[in-house]
Design a protein around this ligand. Structure first.
Ligand code: SAH
Length: 220
């Protein structure tokens, strides 16, 4: 589970990135450790390799993006993960966020609508020997009813409306985090499941995500 981050200049860039996150209230020790041991350069396309340790989103295949490290950290911290948790992630993308989750939870169930992205992410995770990730090619809007209920749900594409099917797949006291909104920017929302269908709702700030799109993608 613990590939050492590279030495030399890479190491310095990683350290600088971690310092940037710490200065922005990313304080969870286990999370910082998970970020330290997840080599982002493995998830970034060749063309953008030199930007791997910058705190910015980067384009990946299929017109999608690997999220900004600060946003990955913010969303993960907001989930308040415990080692025994089963987590559902919507939008595997590069698989970077998935890898971070997999170091902090028992199992990660991840859904992606591009088969090629899913396959590439799986290869990266195998290289890192992350073995607690279960993949599904499909439409994440519906969640994963066969594996529900989940302790935590993370959505990494912009939700056009409140995701009722996903909220229904949370355990009592469960937490869901995800961007909500139809515009080019969205509000990062956190939902905590209370009694029955009652939720505590919090707005964690403005974010910019690619949209969640219904159905699976056709690829050539
Ligand atoms: N967490 C990823 C971010 C990927 S961008 C990373 O760090 O790399 C969001 C991803 O959500 C894209 O790969 C996109 O294809 C996927 N997505 C969009 N709508 C979806 C849907 N309905 N079901 C599953 N995945 C979806």
């Amino acid at each position: 589970m613990s590939e050492k981050p590279n030495d030399g200049p890479e190491r310095t860039r990683l350290q600088r990135l971690l310092d940037t996150l710490k200065a922005q209230d990313i304080t969870d020790k286990k999370l910082l450790h998970a970020l330290e041991y997840t080599p982002r350069d493995l998830f970034v396309p060749e063309l953008f390799l030199d930007r791997s340790w910058e705190d910015s989103a980067i384009p990946i295949n299929c017109g999608q993006t690997i999220s900004q490290p600060y946003i990955v950290a913010l969303m993960t911290q907001a989930l308040k993960l415990e080692g025994r948790h089963r987590v559902l992630e919507i939008g595997t993308g590069s698989g970077y966020q998935t890898a971070v989750l997999s170091r902090l939870a028992r199992y990660v169930y991840t859904i992606e609508r591009y088969r090629s992205l899913m396959v590439e992410a799986e290869i990266r995770h195998k290289r890192l020997m992350l073995e607690n990730i279960i993949y599904r090619f499909g439409d994440g809007w519906e969640g994963w009813p066969e594996q529900a209920p989940f302790d935590r749900i993370l959505v990494t594409a912009a939700l056009p409306e409140v995701p009722t099917p996903l909220l229904a797949q949370l355990k009592p006291k469960g937490i869901m985090v995800g961007p909500l909104g139809k515009g080019s920017t969205q509000r990062l929302m956190r939902y905590v499941k209370l009694q029955g269908d009652d939720f505590l709702k919090e707005d964690l700030g403005e974010v910019r995500f690619v949209p969640l799109i219904a159905g699976v993608a056709r690829e050539n």
